[in-house]
Design a protein around this ligand. Structure first.
Ligand code: AMP
Ligand code: ZN
Length: 497
């Protein structure tokens, strides 16, 4: 029986023992990206955190249905324009072309960081009917009203009948919210400034629009997550996640919509990741305090002195707990690069070690087993990756000492070392999601070498047949791909430029 899994529930503001609704199964929903621009490093941090959480749940043997949506409609800018339409207008594209372009880019970035794809990735624009139906339910229950072609959620009416539920998650007080928003300019068709749109009337120039019982319009951003989580995970499900900037209003509104439509609470555990900072300040495009993942891979930015691979960056992220702010600085990246190299070196060293003890373990063997169990236990304590990594580094020291002879392999049984190697690999690669880049690169190099042998063989054949055109075409094509071919009397040689 594995030990209990504890997680910090933002709703109760404390760590709780996790109990799934159905034994052995977990429904997990994470708010996905709004696909109107390139994914930034802050997004990557949040999705990588949830990838590690997903991986750990899988490792514990749960069957997890992981739903992460794509927001391609309804997320408005501060000026009230749909982010997708704005992206399309600026780039002179169809909104769905913009969505497609950045969805592809997002997937590619997730792949580079070795984040597993979710089980279902629904698009908001593909679930308009479900959203309209949810609006109808909320209207029927008396928690919304129609006004001039738009439908608004009536926060005061909802709160009166639901023990003041609105504001629980974010800790906001309705009275204070009212006081704050009263100072804002005209609130249009809303009865109360705290009310929020669940369906919006489309102005004549609004591109993304659908027919509805209230005329042509489009769904509110908050509604999509309520509708899609309910559709794929049920009216009640286990875990809902997102960055903590979404707690209010997005998640607060989601909870109200779920309760307002079906009388049930939606997710039972709410998990929130903390923000990514750079040099102690919020990463922001407007004041130049920003860096793209691509710039980190190449080192082409005034903010860094070196290049950093996706796996090294993943390791860097593992060093901070998902609920703590993460500060990206060049010094911290440099330190993490050294740490990551030390870890990969120890892993390589471990491959060549063999236990030499008898059936019984000595102290070292016992320490290896206990150290690894302690690392896994940290993951069971609200996915504490920095503490788990610290335990792993205690093991790194032991592995290196076993290799260097300061510790004796006679103190470790053959079987214990086998199990240890296996279980450490599971933690590093399956749970942390790191990749053995050395092995992957080696395999790629080998395959590339074989392909080049084949290409040069075919070219030699063309030359033997005096097909100079083909031979030159191949040489020029290879040159364009960065491979230089030199012809000598003993055949041809190639090198990468
Ligand atoms: P968005 O594409 O803006 O809807 O955001 C997608 C996800 O990334 C959400 O869960 C956000 O909370 C999260 N996110 C946005 N900015 C940051 C940041 N600076 N650090 C960490 N997570 C972020
Ligand atoms: Zn959401």
């Amino acid at each position: 029986m594995p030990q209990a899994l504890k997680l910090y529930n933002s709703l109760s503001r404390k760590k709780e023992v996790f109990q799934p609704l159905n034994e052995g199964f977990i429904g997990l929903y994470v708010c996905g990206p709004t696909v109107y621009s390139d994914v930034h490093l802050g997004n990557v941090r949040t999705f990588t955190s949830f990838d590690i959480i997903y991986r750990h749940l899988l490792h514990r043997g749960y069957k997890v249905r992981y739903v992460r949506n794509i927001t391609d409609v309804g997320h408005l800018t501060d000026e009230g324009e749909d982010k997708m339409s704005k992206g399309a207008r600026v780039a002179k594209l169809e909104p769905m072309e913009v969505a497609q372009k950045y969805t592809v880019g997002f997937h590619e970035m997730m792949r580079r960081f070795n984040n597993k794809p979710p089980s279902i990735e629904p698009r908001a624009s593909g679930h308009i009917i479900e959203q309209i139906e949810m609006v109808q339910e909320i209207l029927k229950n008396g928690y919304a009203y129609e006004s001039n072609g738009s439908v608004y959620f009536d926060v005061a009416a909802f709160n009166e009948k639901n023990d003041g539920m609105y504001g629980h998650l974010s800790g906001r007080k309705i009275d204070e919210l009212l006081a704050e928003s009263r100072e804002l300019k005209a609130q249009g068709d809303k009865r109360n400034p705290t009310d929020f749109a669940i369906w919006m009337k489309a102005t004549p120039d609004h591109i993304l629009r659908w027919n509805s019982p209230w005329g042509e319009g489009f769904p509110g951003w908050h509604l999509e997550c309520s509708a899609m989580s309910t559709k794929y995970l049920g009216e009640q499900f286990d875990i809902h996640g997102g960055g903590n900037d979404l707690k209010f209003p997005h998640h607060e509104n989601e909870i109200a919509q779920n309760a307002g439509s079906c009388g049930c609470g939606g997710a039972r555990y709410w998990l929130h990741t903390n923000m990514l900072l750079m040099n102690g300040r919020k990463m922001s495009k407007s004041d130049g305090n920003t860096i793209t993942p691509q710039q980190l891979f190449t080192g082409d930015s005034p903010h860094v002195t070196d290049s950093y691979s996706p796996m090294m960056l993943r390791f860097f992220m593992l060093q901070t707990h998902y609920r703590s702010p993460m500060d990206l600085t060049d010094e911290a990246l440099q330190a993490a690069k050294k740490g990551y190299a030390r870890l990969t070196e120890a892993w390589a060293n471990l491959q060549n070690l063999e236990g030499q003890g008898g059936a019984q373990n000595g102290t070292v063997g016992k320490e290896l087993t206990a150290g690894l169990a302690a690392a896994y236990a940290e993951m069971d304590d609200d996915f504490n990756t920095p503490k788990a990594l610290a335990k792993v580094f205690e093991l790194v020291s032991r592995i290196n000492a076993l290799k260097g002879g300061q510790l004796s392999l006679k103190e470790v049984s053959k079987e214990t070392l086998e199990i240890f190697r296996n279980d450490l690999g599971t933690l590093l690669f399956d749970v942390f999601g790191l990749q053995d880049e050395g092995a992957a690169a080696g395999a790629n190099d080998e395959a590339f070498g074989k392909v080049m042998d084949l290409v040069l063989d075919l070219r030699a054949q063309a030359r033997a047949e005096k097909n100079w055109g083909m031979s030159d075409k191949m040489r020029d094509g290879l040159k364009a791909a960065g491979v230089v071919v030199k012809d000598g009397k003993d055949g041809s040689e190639w090198s990468v430029e």
